[in-house]
Design a protein around this ligand. Structure first.
Ligand code: B12
Length: 209
């Protein structure tokens, strides 16, 4: 049924996607696996858009379908009952980028894991990150970005934290569909993740260690 979800999303068949997700949840399937299938499906949309087989309106619609499916998954996502009070986490999509579906998933998973998430939203300028980190005393910062241009915005944000003498006080995690070790090194982050579940695992280790 995983293959079916991917195909249904890639075909922008909203009713089928939601129906399959509901059936999978009822069958007790792993919500993280369902999420992974949806992610593969929406990546196909991205590729089709890049190949000019789809229009921007399709991209927008794919986002709506994904969000609807995630709403169904959210209640069954694993919650760690043993970990609460892991601290504050300042999260946002960097300047120039408005993609937020992945960021919102990260926010939900972090909250479920026991963090107090301060979600700044999208298209967030470096100085806003700096101000909110200072204000909240957060030890963790998450920068989301899907566009190639987001890497410069991430780098600028980390530089702004340095200039404000806050860099030593925080751990910075970057995330987004094209993040890799090279990007992590370029922007100067402590860690980078393409996958929300993995990212949250790392941050939990930071908080506990
Ligand atoms: C849906 C979508 C949109 C929607 C976004 C809706 C929304 N509210 O977010 C809309 C229509 C608005 C959009 C707009 C644009 N988009 Co767009 N979009 C996509 C698409 C198809 C899916 C993104 C998505 O939501 N994926 C599902 C989520 C769950 O995955 P995710 O975001 O990767 O998040 C996961 C991980 O990355 C990670 N993660 C994310 N953030 C963080 C943060 C932390 C801290 C951690 C730990 C982890 C983490 O966790 C998540 C779950 O595992 C991608 C294709 C792709 N391959 O990503 C293109 C894509 C990102 N878009 C693209 C483009 C070009 C654009 C536009 C410029 C199009 C245009 N001509 O206007 C605009 C840019 C607007 C802007 N200034 O930001 C390109 C980017 C190319 C590039 N190299 O820069 C892509 C790759 C498509 C393509 N192949 O061409 N887009």
């Amino acid at each position: 049924m995983g293959e079916e979800i991917k195909t249904a999303l890639a075909n922008l068949d909203e009713n089928l996607v939601l129906d399959l997700v509901r059936r999978k949840i009822q069958a007790g399937e792993d919500p993280e696996a369902i999420l992974a299938d949806l992610k593969t499906g929406i990546e196909i949309i991205g590729q089709k858009f890049e190949a000019q087989e789809l229009y921007l309106i399709d991209l927008i619609y794919s986002g709506d379908i994904f969000r609807g499916a995630f709403e169904l998954i959210k209640p069954v996502l694993r919650k760690d009952r043993d970990s609460t009070g892991l601290g504050k986490f300042v999260l946002g999509t960097v300047k120039g980028d408005v993609h937020d579906i992945g960021k919102n998933i990260v926010a939900d998973l972090l909250t479920g894991a026991g963090f107090e998430v301060i979600d700044l939203g999208v298209d967030i300028a470096p100085e806003i990150f700096v101000a909110r980190v200072r204000e909240t005393g957060s030890r963790f910062v998450g920068l989301s970005g899907l566009l190639t241009v987001a890497y410069d915005a991430m780098k600028e944000t980390i530089r702004a934290l340095e200039k404000a003498d806050l860099r030593e006080k925080v751990k910075v995690m970057i995330g987004g569909s094209m993040v890799n070790d090279e990007v992590k090194a370029y922007v100067g982050a402590d860690a980078g993740c393409r996958d929300a579940v993995q990212g949250v695992k790392i941050v939990k280790q930071w908080a506990k260690g």
